[in-house]
Design a protein around this ligand. Structure first.
Ligand SMILES: CC(=O)N[C@H]1[C@@H](OP(=O)(O)OP(=O)(O)OC[C@H]2O[C@@H](n3ccc(=O)[nH]c3=O)[C@H](O)[C@@H]2O)O[C@H](CO)[C@@H](O)[C@@H]1O[C@H](C)C(=O)N[C@@H](C)C(=O)N[C@@H](CCC(=O)O)C(=O)O
Ligand SMILES: Nc1ncnc2c1ncn2[C@@H]1O[C@H](COP(=O)(O)OP(=O)(O)OP(=O)(O)O)[C@@H](O)[C@H]1O
Length: 454
């Protein structure tokens, strides 16, 4: 064991070794290994210990912990993608295996594409328990929402919408981002910071040639928050994933690859139903923004300037280690490009330029980035950005506005790209129509719809 070396292509099995939760400290340990190599221990910390877990609550907590263990394994599994997956200390049924295969194959879709790997038919979770047909009981959880906050515009829209409806909420985030903390504090609501530390060996393995790439981080954060909800006696876990997240990048010769698959509807539905069936019948996991396009979210966000000096959607802020942009918006990544464009039709120009510190649409150096968003001579970037038709509609709207139409990239769109497009598909209004597919509790949705259509 001491002379074990990470040799990616020699590894035979990925092992889910065990998972434990210490109710006196609130620390969960998620333990994995490759073959008989060292234990890889990820920790998740839920503030509020000690927790009293008895009877059905204890069973639900154990199930939520196992679900988290199984989903969080994706960070380590991806490092070698071995043939075999083993679960050492508990057994899962076919239903759970199917959920995990769905999450691993699709959530690692971009990872597989970029690394030239084919994961279809390769990822098989071992089924060793009979199908559990029994429905998990309701725990009598208190009516309250743990609302995920990511530092960007989307979660702030949800938080303000729930505030308007008078729903009790705790603004919750995973990890140590100071930017997210600042946004959370700016809400003036109660906050909850859940700790997460990856196993340190993963960074060594990355240097030693591990496969690396995007992982389905949203469903992972969702599983952490589901565990927290059981422990903290809360009946709702709320995310802010918009409809547009269900659509990926169309790659010639490959098909659709969705960077943000775990923000999409298929993942929300499968994960939410699993939680309700296997963890607690009265624990509701849903995205409050599922019926909205990115443009509809941008329109909602623009209605208040309360967060202008605090929020950022630029993912360069969110590295565990390494560089951060100097002023919250790097200005050159796909998220900066898209958020600037999506907000432009709904905000006075000086306000938007003030937020970003510059006018991205008047900078010819950003041409290639905007072409990709428009799906012009390129595919949609692998990032959380809206659909190509949303970017095209936003550009078309700006091309009709005197304050925007002379800016370099808007002018280029009007002269070079728009003539090649079908003019009937460039309207913003149809993209603001709310979708019917969502898991928002009916009592909430009836009142929410009015806000989102006003
Ligand atoms: C901040 C970011 O974009 N990180 C991605 C980046 O990672 P990088 O190596 O540049 O830096 P770190 O984030 O510090 O990560 C270091 C290594 O750790 C591993 N890792 C990290 C987190 C995790 O949950 N699991 C991990 O295995 C990984 O090996 C890192 O190299 O590039 C990585 C490789 O492509 C990405 O995996 C990193 O993405 C993070 C998981 C992340 O949190 N990304 C979000 C900002 C993000 O992309 N959110 C999506 C949401 C969609 C979804 O749910 O899929 C989005 O906004 O598009
Ligand atoms: N560190 C985190 N902890 C918990 N939830 C998170 C974290 N980061 C992102 N999320 C949640 O994941 C979902 C997707 O994140 P995303 O980055 O799209 O949202 P956002 O930060 O609110 O807005 P934007 O799209 O402008 O960046 C959101 O519900 C967000 O609240």
């Amino acid at each position: 064991m001491t002379d074990w070396k990470f040799q990616r292509d020699a590894i035979k099995a990925f092992r889910f070794v065990r998972c434990t939760f210490d109710a006196t400290t609130g620390v969960a340990q998620l333990v994995y290994a490759f073959d008989d190599g060292p234990e890889l221990i990820e920790t998740v910390t839920v503030p509020g210990a000690p927790f009293t877990l008895e009877g059905e609550r204890a069973v639900a907590a154990e199930r939520a912990l196992q679900l988290l263990h199984l989903i969080a394994g994706v960070s380590y599994y991806k490092a070698a993608v071995p043939e075999e997956i083993r679960i050492d200390s508990y057994a899962i049924d076919a239903d759970t295996a199917a959920l995990l295969e769905l999450i691993y194959v699709n959530g690692l879709g971009e990872f597989a594409y970029r690394n030239g790997l084919n994961l279809h038919e390769k990822i098989r979770f071992p089924v060793a328990a009979r199908d559990d047909a029994t429905q998990a009981p309701a725990l009598g959880l208190r009516e309250h929402a743990l609302v995920a906050i990511g530092g960007g515009k989307d979660s702030l829209v949800s938080i303000e919408a729930l505030r308007t409806l008078g729903i009790g909420q705790t603004v919750t985030w995973v990890g140590g981002s100071q930017l997210i903390r600042a946004c959370a504090e700016r809400t003036g609501l109660s906050t909850l910071n859940l700790g997460r530390a990856l196993a340190p060996q993963l960074f060594d393995y990355n240097r030693e040639g591990a496969w690396n790439g995007h992982i389905p981080v949203t469903v992972l954060n969702s599983a952490i928050m589901v565990l927290a909800a059981v422990l903290l006696d809360v009946d709702q876990v709320v995310f802010s994933n918009e409809r547009s997240a269900s659509y990926g990048s169309l790659i010639e010769g490959t098909g659709e690859v969705n960077h943000q698959w775990s923000k999409g509807w298929a993942c929300e539905k499968a994960f939410g139903e699993h939680v309700q069936k296997h963890v607690a019948a009265d624990l509701h996991y849903y995205s409050l923004l599922r019926p909205l396009s990115e443009l509809a979210v941008a329109r909602q966000f623009a209605r208040t300037d309360h967060y202008d000096a605090h929020f950022s959607s630029c993912n360069r802020n969110f590295h565990i280690m390494g560089e951060r942009p100097a002023n919250r918006w790097c200005g050159v990544c796909p998220k900066c490009h898209f958020v600037f464009l999506a907000l432009a039709p709904f905000m006075p120009k000086p306000r938007l330029v003030g937020i970003f510190g510059r006018n991205l649409l008047d900078d010819p150096a950003q041409t290639a980035g905007y072409d990709a968003l428009l799906e012009y001579q390129d595919h949609k970037p692998f990032e959380c950005v809206g659909e190509g038709r949303e970017s095209r509609a936003a550009m078309a709207a700006l091309a009709a506005r005197p304050e925007w139409r002379e800016d370099a990239l808007v002018e280029r769109f009007a002269q070079e790209i728009r003539p090649q497009l079908d003019g009937t598909e460039l309207g913003i209004e149809p993209l603001l129509v709310l979708d019917a597919e969502h898991r928002i509790p009916a009592s909430l949705w009836d009142r929410l719809r009015a806000q989102f259509t006003a």
